[in-house]
Ligand binder design. Structure first.
Ligand code: TXA
Ligand code: MG
Length: 310
């Protein structure tokens, strides 16, 4: 899966406080040693990310997760048993050893065990939890290939490990277990219903998407995950040279591309499709809205953010 020398080099870079971009099953991460504050600062600098946006801490096991958090409720145990390794981030009270830089000043921390052999091997070899946001400039599209990372962050990263295209293609589901009621902070490809089947009813954070108000979850800006080309959801402009991403039927006289009809397949190709179209000089990308149903919730969330203007 990964050349042992490359893995050893990547682990050494992490321990030396350098940035390493690595594949996960969701999107590529921009990793640094969670305990090295200068290295963590480097993540914010490389992304141009405001210090108010917390990072997710990647660990290789439940045991390692428990070394990062100050409380491990039964719900966390149940969810970890069901979904880890996998695309679920749990927000829990942090241990004091975890720098406030990582958590944007919050007393809570997001942790997950990624389901990717290279990510797991890197964390184990580095022997420290790895703080990693998606490996893209702030507000832009997340990378689902090593090439996307090289194009957008290039020389700001000491090493980009190529693990092929991300299988899931959308960022993890983020669930807070830090207060009495579990709260879904970011929808992902693990739907709320699957979480509720394990721990009972959860709250869904109101993300105030269309209004320009402060966000329920830190870092959850309305405009986010955006291609450079303006994206219209459910509206085809009358003017300009654009492309239409459709599910049901193409638009007469407009360059059109059919997207997969299954949510898992759609998610897997969405960002790579947008990255590709961004490089083609279109004036707009119009997208047919997917169904407003639970299986499509994460995709609809990202498309709404990509189409938001503020
Ligand atoms: O799939 C993923 O989650 C990818 C891969 C690399 O693991 N990572 C990712 O990280 O999407 P990032 O930094 O782009 O998004 C992290 C988001 C934050 O913007 C915030 O919404 C939420 O996770 N988050 C992290 N820590 C939090 C905390 N302590 N409280 C509330 N939300 C938190
Ligand atoms: Mg991100």
């Amino acid at each position: 899966m990964i050349d042992p020398e490359l893995l050893a080099e990547a682990a050494r870079l992490i321990r030396d406080g350098k940035l390493v971009a690595f594949p996960t099953e969701t999107v590529y991460g921009l990793g640094a040693n969670v305990l090295n504050e200068a290295a963590v600062d480097g993540i914010f600098a490389a992304k141009g990310r405001p210090a108010t946006s917390p990072l997710i801490v990647h660990v290789a096991s439940v045991e390692m997760a428990r070394s990062v958090v100050a409380a491990w409720p039964q719900a966390a145990d149940k969810l970890a048993a069901r979904f880890w390794p996998g695309p679920l981030t749990l927000v829990l009270p942090k241990r004091k050893e975890i720098p406030l830089r990582v958590t944007a000043g919050l007393e809570t921390v997001g942790v997950r065990v990624p389901a990717h052999p290279i990510a797991l091997a890197l964390i184990r070899a580095a022997q420290v939890p790895i703080a990693a946001p998606s490996a893209n400039p702030f507000m832009s599209l997340s990378p689902t290939t090593a090439e996307h990372v090289r194009q957008s962050l290039g020389e700001k990263v000491a090493l980009v490990i190529d693990g092929g295209p991300s299988a899931i293609g959308l960022e993890s589901t983020v669930l807070s277990l830090a207060s009495n009621e579990p709260v879904l902070l970011r929808p992902g490809m693990i739907p709320a219903s699957e979480i509720e089947a394990v721990i009972g009813t959860i709250q869904i954070a109101n993300q105030a998407l269309s209004q320009n108000v402060s966000h329920a979850a830190p870092g959850m800006h309305a405009r986010h995950y955006s291609p450079k080309t303006p994206l219209m959801l459910g509206r085809i402009p009358h003017q300009g040279r654009g492309v239409y991403l459709y599910l049901t039927s193409s638009a007469a006289g407009i360059a059109s591309r059919q997207m997969p009809g299954q949510p898992e397949e759609y998610a897997a190709v969405l960002y790579s499709t947008l990255h590709e179209l961004d490089g083609q000089g279109w004036e707009w990308i119009a997208v047919e809205p997917p169904p407003d149903s639970p299986e499509w919730a994460a995709i609809l969330d990202r498309l709404r953010r990509a189409s938001a203007t503020s």
